[in-house]
Design a protein around this ligand. Structure first.
Ligand code: FAD
Ligand code: SIN
Length: 550
């Protein structure tokens, strides 16, 4: 089956939904999403969206905080764009129906502005501690009311369609750059493989936290976008910068439930088991230092003391105010018999956010023609070596807008372009194999390896060990993939393994410590040689990796 549309959006988080709403003004939009429509990292976001709204704040200060967190690797033009568009994009979300928490305070334009690590002002708009759910639901409501948008749930993208898939006789004569024409997609309900053809394709597949054993990310975050784009020939940048969130609930059954940084912004203090504050020994901003510093400090304290967790103490604050501001965190902790108004919360770091991704320019364009990327899957350059808290929902809406504007400049193409003839997906010679145990085992092995050897503190020895093992697993998966009827689990495993491999390659390549990448072999930052992005791309059709620095 083939579906044709002007725009194909892959992913239904904040990035995909906001770009779809804009593009729908100029053509038909198909959104495919691999699970139920709301299931995304966006849906779990707690803290909020950073934007310059308060009277005592300014673009300069937000830019400066972002650059400081980014440890010398941010793209300054991208950061300027991010920050300067912030207030407009927040107002646009309000127009689309998002209800943020309010406060009667004219110096803050009526918003209740929170504070998070690395920010020197209160600038986080939020919907209590369920910001993501509020944003996701309001965008989905707006999408459903739009006649030009159709959303396909349980549709998992397999590969991007490029020149490689065009029937030779229909190839345009001067095709020397790679173009994207949509994607092959698995309809998981029926098991059929469909072609979604489009004049423009927007990759909005989110992050890859599931590469790690402990992560705040839901199960969908398996790096599909990074792996698909790499295989299609896109440039991928800065994958060594995986952000570990310092505070997730330490409880066997809690599945790395996030305790928002906004809790520290509200007055929560990090302490060791014996009740001593420790963050002041690591940074002048104490418990509100940038995330990389807090996560490393916790890691160091745990190793030094041989303890399993540290504690986030908010018991000194007014209980009613706490419950009102953090109803979700309060209820969740209480379900594990932790009353946060009376007991310090046991916390540990977990993998949270991929700062690198598919390299784009300031307009969201990748190096593949007609392929754009936005949201967590993209590397726009705004985060550099470490993302400032709550800059990522903002990045998603700002660069969705950039994409919309860029495509609008090529409006004439939308009505004139014709699709080439694309080969149907060929799965001859593949069989159904009841090998779920292999998939589960490989996934857990990769997640454990990545957690143990490619975590908060790295070394050459650990990275090389991880590389040898992950390469082996990748090769086995590739062989299995070629002879097996595709399932969603197999696709995710293949992408997860490949993303892990790329992360390790990038981490081994960077011979210094910077931002989120800390290695005991090169503990210093080396601006002279390494103030550059790490870029990987496909060298040949066997997916051999070529690393360059830009
Ligand atoms: P996502 O929201 O993850 O959406 C990706 C979509 O792509 C999903 O619909 C998924 O199903 C789909 N998809 C993936 N692969 C495929 C495929 N192969 N085929 C089809 N569909 C596919 N950031 C902030 O700025 N502020 C916060 O307060 C904040 N809190 C957070 C709290 C948590 C617990 C987490 C996990 C993250 C938080 N973040 C926060 C980060 C932020 O939520 C994400 O970076 C952001 O939501 C990413 O949005 P996205 O649209 O790019 O991706
Ligand atoms: C949080 O609420 O701590 C998450 C914020 C973010 O990831 O930006």
């Amino acid at each position: 089956m083939t579906t044709e549309s002007d725009f194909l959006v892959i992913g239904s988080g904040i990035a995909g939904l906001s770009v779809a709403l804009k593009l729908a003004q100029h053509g038909s939009v198909a959104i495919i999403t691999k699970k139920e429509e709301a299931e995304s990292n966006t849906n779990y976001a707690q803290g909020g969206i950073a934007a310059v709204i308060a009277k005592d704040d300014s673009f300069e200060i937000h830019i400066s905080d972002t650059l400081k967190a980014g440890a010398g690797l941010c793209n300054k033009d991208a950061v300027n764009t991010l920050v300067q568009q912030g207030p407009n994009r927040v107002n646009e979300l309000v127009k689309w129906g998002t209800e943020f928490s309010r406060k009667t305070d004219s110096t803050r334009n009526g918003f209740d502005l929170g504070r998070e690590g690395g920010h020197s002002k209160n600038r986080i708009v939020h919907a209590r501690d369920l910001t993501g759910r509020e944003v996701e639901n309001s965008l989905l409501d707006a999408i459903k009311a739009h006649p030009e948008i159709r959303i396909y749930e349980e549709h998992c993208a397999i590969e991007l369609i490029t020149e490689h898939h065009i029937r030779r006789k229909s190839l345009p004569s001067s095709a020397d750059t790679v173009h994207c024409w949509g994607a092959y997609v698995l309809d998981t309900a029926s098991g059929s493989i469909k072609m979604f053809l489009s004049k423009y394709t927007i990759l909005a597949t989110g992050g890859c936290g599931q590469v790690y054993l402990h992560t705040t990310n839901p199960k969908i975050a398996t790096g599909d976008g990074i792996a698909m784009a790499f295989r299609a020939g896109a440039r991928i940048a800065n994958l060594e910068f995986m952000q570990f969130h310092p505070t997730t609930l330490f409880h066997q059954k809690a599945d790395s439930f996030l305790i928002s940084e906004a809790v520290r912004g509200f007055g929560g203090v990090l302490k060791t088991k014996d009740g001593a504050k420790f963050m002041e020994n690591y940074h002048s901003m104490g418990s509100l230092a940038p995330r990389d510093i807090v996560a490393r400090a916790i890691d160091a304290e745990l190793k030094k003391r041989g303890e399993n967790c540290v504690y986030l103490d908010i018991t000194h604050l007014d209980a009613d105010a706490l419950i009102d501001r953090f109803p979700h965190i309060y209820a969740k902790c209480l379900s594990y018999n932790i009353d946060i108004t009376k007991q310090p919360i046991p916390v540990v770091p977990a993998a949270h956010y991929m700062c690198g991704g598919v390299e784009t320019d300031i307009n969201g364009r990748t190096n593949i023609a007609n392929l754009y990327a936005c949201g967590e899957v993209a590397c726009t350059g705004v985060h550099g070596a470490n993302r400032l808290a709550s800059n990522s929902l903002l990045e998603a809406v700002v660069f969705s807008h950039q994409i919309y504007r860029n495509i609008l400049d090529q409006k004439d193409r939308i009505s004139t372009v014709h699709f080439p003839e694309i080969q149907a997906w060929d799965d001859s010679g593949t069989f159904n194999q009841e090998e779920w145990i292999l998939i589960q085992h490989d996934k857990e092995e990769i997640q454990s390896l990545m957690w143990d050897y490619v975590g908060i503190v790295r070394s050459n020895l650990r990275l090389q060990r991880a590389q040898r093992r992950v390469n082996l697993i990748c090769n086995e998966i590739e062989k299995f993939y070629k002879k097996t009827k595709i399932t969603e689990g197999l696709l995710e495993l293949r992408n997860l393994a490949f993303t892990a491999k790329l992360i390790i390659n990038c981490a081994l390549h960077r011979k210094e410590s910077r931002g989120l990448h800390y290695t005991t072999d090169y503990p210093e930052t080396d601006d002279e040689n390494w103030q550059k992005d790490t870029v990987v791309y496909r060298r040949n059709k066997n997916h051999k990796i070529l690393i360059i620095q830009d």
